[in-house]
Design a protein around this ligand. Structure first.
Ligand SMILES: [Zn+2]
Length: 692
């Protein structure tokens, strides 16, 4: 997309002021320019505010229809512009959009404060809530009313004017800080490349790593060279294969220093301020700490419950990691190396150890994992479980030429929604992988079908070559596609509880559960096909691959659980506003006995889950909480002897994928499984059940 050379944009039409008549009502991305956003936001904010004022000041007695449904119907132009802006800011940003984002975040916070802190409006919601038993609401309406009441109460609607004023200031400031945090990380990622010169620098790198490095160089105007970036899918394979210990150390240090380099893009002061403001907000709302506040509205309910699960997993994971470390150290000695294993060595020697123990070689596996075959595998799984079919639509344009679109139909051939995939890494995209939507499913304002997006950062194959994924990449694709199904299969009336609008420690269940199917011979033997020979992955290689599945799980669990524990520590800490971030991290690592050779998966200064927007603040444990559920949920299929068992799939669709937030998650799970899970299946899945 080009943003220049459109001087007529102001004089011409703004696409946000028109109805969108293209296929499926998709936003006309090809016509949307940065200068369209602020006028569209200005108008949308004003319209939404007027709608809300009319609801709040309605002289008639509050009813579910004139209050909750009216709010559900309000603000549609704002949803429209915000969803488009959101996807561009994450997946295809530029200086102009970043400037808008900085201006917008506090304004957006101010706008929503004006709603959740609106006194007459809350009085109406509270009145309905008090009379909820007499209103004749159906189950979904009762749940929506409950969620609105919780939302307003937790935002401070019931507090006095002074407290409200302070809460409003806090959320505006937090919005500004969140944007600055993620822009700083992106700047550090964009500002660094490791340029490899000549064969000596490429030592140990298999073809696919070289190809991706050549493509990254070309994208950065260094055609003919090789470039490693700080994106996970670029740096991790390099660490895994590069025989150049000095270069591994160099890029590893740069990678873990994102946001921690001093100067303009340093995030440490931001973190301290964010933590201080969150703690203050929690106190104003009557909670001991932010963690207590946050978890009060989660399945875990308390920080102690979240920590209890993490502690249970930590010990066996650490023991397993230490045993692996010793085995790698022995390997170094065996090879005549005279050094102590360092963090930048772990992936390299783990790869060697994996080869040695399981005869599985990432470079030999990768040719079997072609991006488009794995996408097909995800579609096929959705067909076998839920009867969905996917048709490629080349007439649907996305926000970048790389975006691909599919129309999704259900078992009866009816239109279900549109799925958009934006798979390739590029400099204008933030790192990581995520699902988002351009429109959510609902049945309130007509039968609205969703537009659901997956964004990932896979390295594009070189010129004329297919894109090859690692097994981890393939798992990420399935994970995000599981989220996408949560959005696509959503079958509720009200937007407020549609799709992934659920509690954070429930939202990872549909995504993590979906990963299980990828790891099954039924899928692999069909879709893991060698890109040159067209041959399916040999049985015996697949067996070795699956046998190696729990390999290095000590490391993976340790680098994750350390993050989740530090997240809780940060949000339980008194006096957080004065925190020395690096010293705090160091102390926290010492306290849990973090092995010297492992670093947190996300160090605080680039821990976007916690500090850019804060969706997972004090909730990073959610992945493990959901994993307790997904391990147990997949066992429900295994127990039938059929991983596509129709009855189980139907119950799963009904109570998980299509249910959104229409019921309490514990009730949903019990309706699916007949009981709540224990962590046993999780420990087995990670191969930690017998480790101590
Ligand atoms: Zn996820």
């Amino acid at each position: 997309m080009t943003e220049q050379n459109h001087p007529a944009a102001n004089g011409g039409s703004n696409p946000f002021f028109e109805s969108w008549t293209g296929p499926f009502g998709m936003p006309p991305f090809e016509r949307i320019r940065p200068e369209h956003f602020m006028p569209a936001y200005d108008r949308a904010f004003a319209e939404h505010a007027a709608e809300i004022a009319a609801i709040a000041d309605d002289p008639s007695e509050p009813t579910f229809a004139n209050t909750i449904e009216a709010m559900e119907l309000a603000g549609r132009p704002l949803d429209r512009v915000a969803s488009v802006f959101h996807i561009l800011a994450g997946a295809n940003t530029n200086d102009a959009l970043q400037a808008i984002e900085r201006e917008l975040s506090p304004r957006q916070a101010r706008h929503w404060n004006g709603i959740v802190l609106n006194e007459p409006l809350f009085r109406r919601i509270d009145d309905l809530w008090q009379r909820r038993g007499t209103l004749g609401l159906d189950a979904e309406q009762a749940r929506v009313l409950e969620r609105y009441h919780v939302w307003f109460r937790r935002a401070g609607a019931a507090l006095d004017a002074t407290a409200k004023k302070r809460l409003a200031e806090i959320s505006e400031r937090l919005a500004t800080l969140g944007t600055a945090f993620s822009q700083n990380v992106l700047a550090d990622e964009q500002g660094y490349t490791l340029v490899l010169e000549g064969e000596a620098d490429l030592a140990g790198l298999p073809d696919f790593v070289r190809q991706a490095a050549r493509a990254a160089a070309t994208e950065r105007g260094m055609a003919g060279k090789h470039v490693i970036t700080l994106g996970r899918s670029s740096v991790e394979p390099f660490l895994q294969f590069s025989a150049r210990r000095d270069l591994r150390e160099k890029i590893f240090r740069a990678w873990i220093a994102r946001g921690d380099n001093g100067g303009k893009t340093d995030n440490k002061a931001i973190i301290a301020e964010v933590l201080g403001l969150r703690a203050e907000r929690a106190r104003l709302l009557g909670y001991e700490t932010f963690a207590h506040y946050r978890l009060d509205d989660a399945m875990a309910k308390t920080p102690a419950a979240a920590r209890g699960l993490l502690d249970r997993v930590w010990k066996p994971a650490r023991a397993r990691a230490l045993a692996d470390r010793d085995a790698m150290q022995a390997l170094i000695q065996e090879e005549g190396g005279n050094f102590k294993l360092a963090p930048w060595d772990w992936r390299y020697y783990a790869e060697k150890l994996r080869k040695k123990s399981f005869d599985v070689d990432e470079a030999a596996i990768k040719p079997y994992f072609q991006l488009h075959h794995i996408i097909e595998a995800a579609f096929y799984t959705a067909y076998k479980l839920f009867g969905l079919s996917f048709e490629r639509r080349t007439d649907v344009a996305g926000w970048h030429p790389d975006v691909e679109a599919w129309e999704v139909r259900d078992a009866d051939g009816r239109h279900r929604g549109v799925f958009l995939g934006d798979y390739f890494a590029r400099a204008s995209k933030r790192s990581g992988a995520w699902m988002t939507s351009l429109r959510d499913q609902e049945k309130l304002k007509g039968d609205i079908r969703p537009l659901i997006c997956n964004v990932t950062n896979f390295n594009k194959g070189g010129e004329g070559q297919p894109t090859l994924l690692s097994f981890d990449d393939a798992r990420t694709l399935f994970h995000e596609f599981g989220h996408a199904l949560h959005g696509l299969l959503s079958d509720v009336k009200y937007p407020f509880i549609s799709g992934t609008s659920v509690l954070t420690d429930w939202v990872e269940l549909p995504s993590q559960l979906y990963e299980h199917w990828l790891e099954r011979p039924e899928i692999l033997s069909r879709f893991a096909v060698h890109y040159r020979t067209g041959q399916a992955i040999p049985d015996e290689l697949m067996k070795r691959l699956l046998a190696a599945r729990t390999f290095n799980q000590g490391f993976a669990t340790v680098e994750y659980v350390a993050c989740a524990l530090v997240d809780l520590d940060f949000h339980l800490a008194p006096g957080a506003e004065k925190i020395d971030v690096n010293a705090f991290e160091e102390k926290a690592m010492a306290r849990i006995g973090m092995p010297d050779e492992i670093v947190m998966r996300h160090r605080p200064t680039h821990f976007a889950h916690l500090f850019s927007g804060g969706g997972y603040a004090s909730a990073y444990y959610s992945y493990m909480w959901s994993e307790v559920l997904d391990a147990d949920a997949f066992a429900a299929f295994e127990e039938t002897g059929n991983i596509f068992d129709p009855a189980t799939a139907k119950a799963l669709n009904q109570n998980v994928y299509s249910a959104g937030g229409s019921r309490d998650p514990e009730d949903l799970y019990k309706a699916f499984r007949g009981r709540l899970p224990t962590p046993d299946a999780l420990l087995r899945k990670r191969g930690l059940a017998d480790a101590r």
